[in-house]
Each structure stands twice: as C-alpha cells, then as structure tokens.
Design a binder for this molecule. Structure first.
Ligand SMILES: C[S@@+](CC[C@H](N)C(=O)[O-])C[C@H]1O[C@@H](n2cnc3c(N)ncnc32)[C@H](O)[C@@H]1O
Length: 262
C-alpha cells in the first residue's frame, strides 16, 4: 500500500474537496467545545485555514496561530483571513515551534491520523498550553466508515488500484484518542461523535471535485481512460442520488477534549 503520500499542495482544490466538509464539522465541534471568548488559540495542522475561519467567526479569539507543514495550504489560509487576528507558520505537530504554556487552547482538526507519532503530537499540544487550558481534536472515523469519500476509495480498491492513506488511521478511533489524551495526563476528558451531510449538485460537480482531491486525485490521474470510465460507472451506481440528480453524502467524526492539569 502507498502509505503517507497524500499531498496537500493546492489550497483551492483542498477547499472544494475537504474544506467545505471541514467547516461543517468544525461548526458543530465548536458548539460542543463551547470555549470562552478572548482565548489565544493554536490550530495544529491548520491546512488552508478552513477551520481557523470557524474559530475567528464564532469564538471571539484574542489570537489564532495556525501551523501546517504545507506552504501551499498556509498561503491559502493567509489569503482568506485577516492577519490582525491570525498568524500562520510552517511547522510540524511533533515539534511545535513555541515556548511552553504559550496558548490557552490547542486544537488538531482532521489531522491526528496524519501525524506520524500521534503521542508526540498530543504531548506537544500539552506542552504549549497553559495549566487549566484545553487540548482537543476531531478526526473522521477512518476505521469505521466516517470518511466522506470512503465509498470512492472502496470502489478504487475493488478495481485493484492503490489509494494513498494517512499513516495512522487508528488514531481516529474514539478509544485510541481517549487513550492518547489520558496517557498525556489530560484531565476532565470528554468525547463525542459528530455527523454531517454535504450535497453536490450533480455527478459532474462531485467528479470535478474528487479529481483534484489530495488523497484520491493522484490515483485518478494515473488511471487509463477505460479504467476511469469504469470507475465513474461504478460510482454512479453507489452514490446516493435524489430524483433531480443531487448527491448527498454523510460523514462522521470523533471528537475529544481535555484540560491541562494545574
Ligand atoms: C485533512 S487536512 C486538515 C486541515 C484543516 N485542519 C481542516 O480542518 O481543514 C490535514 C492537514 O494536516 C497537515 N499535516 C500533515 N502532517 C502533519 C504534521 N505532522 N503536523 C502538522 N500538520 C500535518 C496537512 O498538511 C493538512 O493540511
């Protein structure tokens, strides 16, 4: 299997493929998290700023610092958000470029399964958040069908073709996240599940979006014309169309939060 070769190198393609999903789940997540206003936020794996925008729009933060290894994603994030409140830096979850206790709250939105050592990613968030602050994350349930494009991935695999996967899908399980949070000494740990739906106006819209998707796009681009046509036919059979040709998909994420002791 082609591990860890998902490339986040196009912020606009990401927005259509995942950013719209990200904002839907992020909105419900923030209602559940219910943070106080005026906090200093760290958004770990901020990507193109889709969820960072949710924080700015609904949490009245005093500041939000996003970090992500992808410069293309960061460039898109910078272009969508006002720089008086937000700052974006290239960086890795496992080696956060911040002093201890620099933030009130750290979030990993749709990222934990991409981090090569999730334990290190969580312990870094704990390190940079002040005592009493919050460390939280949410992730598509990659092991139990929560990923919004799972039926596409399944069909590609059924044709015997590889699709790149994140390095740690197991880290998206609620049980695994709970263990990570408790082993990192976080207290008052709580978890929830979030289900969201998104519609595509027709098959052409859906297809143009997935063709540019970070995980599946490279597999689709490498397919000969006949195979691609075959896959499109298969997808037309499995996608849930309504009578006017609209497609509505569901996705489910696991979310967790805990406090830094002290
Ligand atoms: C699915 S996207 C989520 C982006 C954004 N948080 C959102 O909700 O839309 C995953 C992001 O994780 C980033 N990422 C991958 N490995 C990472 C790591 N080791 N540390 C921090 N971010 C990472 C990717 O570059 C990508 O932007």
């Amino acid at each position: 299997m082609n591990l860890n070769t998902i490339k986040f190198d196009d912020g606009d393609a990401y927005e259509q493929y995942m950013g719209i999903w990200s904002k839907l789940v992020g909105d419900i997540f923030l209602k559940w998290l219910s943070p106080a206003p005026g906090l200093q936020w760290l958004d770990v794996g901020c990507g193109n700023g889709a969820f960072t925008e949710n924080i700015v729009e609904s949490c009245s933060p005093s500041s939000v610092h996003g970090i992500d290894p992808s410069i293309e994603q960061i460039d898109f994030a910078r272009s969508r958000l006002d720089s008086t409140l937000t700052k974006f830096t290239q960086g890795d979850a496992m080696d956060l470029p911040f002093q201890d206790q620099s933030f009130d709250i750290a979030i990993m939105p749709l990222v934990i399964f991409f981090v090569p050592e999730p334990e290190k990613g969580v312990s870094e968030m704990v390190r940079v958040v002040r005592p009493g602050g919050i460390v939280s994350a949410y992730a598509w349930d990659m092991m139990e069908g929560g990923f919004p494009y799972m039926n596409l991935i399944d069909e590609i695999r059924l044709m015997g073709i590889d699709v790149p996967v994140p390095p740690n899908p197991d880290a998206s399980r609620l049980e695994t996240m709970k263990r990570l949070w408790i082993n990192s000494s976080l207290v008052s740990v709580e978890e929830t599940e979030i289900t969201v739906q998104r519609s595509y106006s027709d098959f052409d819209e859906y297809w143009s979006i997935v063709l540019r998707g970070p995980s599946v796009g490279s597999s689709l681009k490498a397919m000969p014309y006949d195979e691609l046509t075959n896959l499109k036919d298969r997808m037309r059979k499995v996608l849930p169309f309504n009578s006017s040709g609209r497609i509505t998909l569901s996705a489910r994420a696991n979310a967790i939060k805990g406090s830094v002791p002290g």
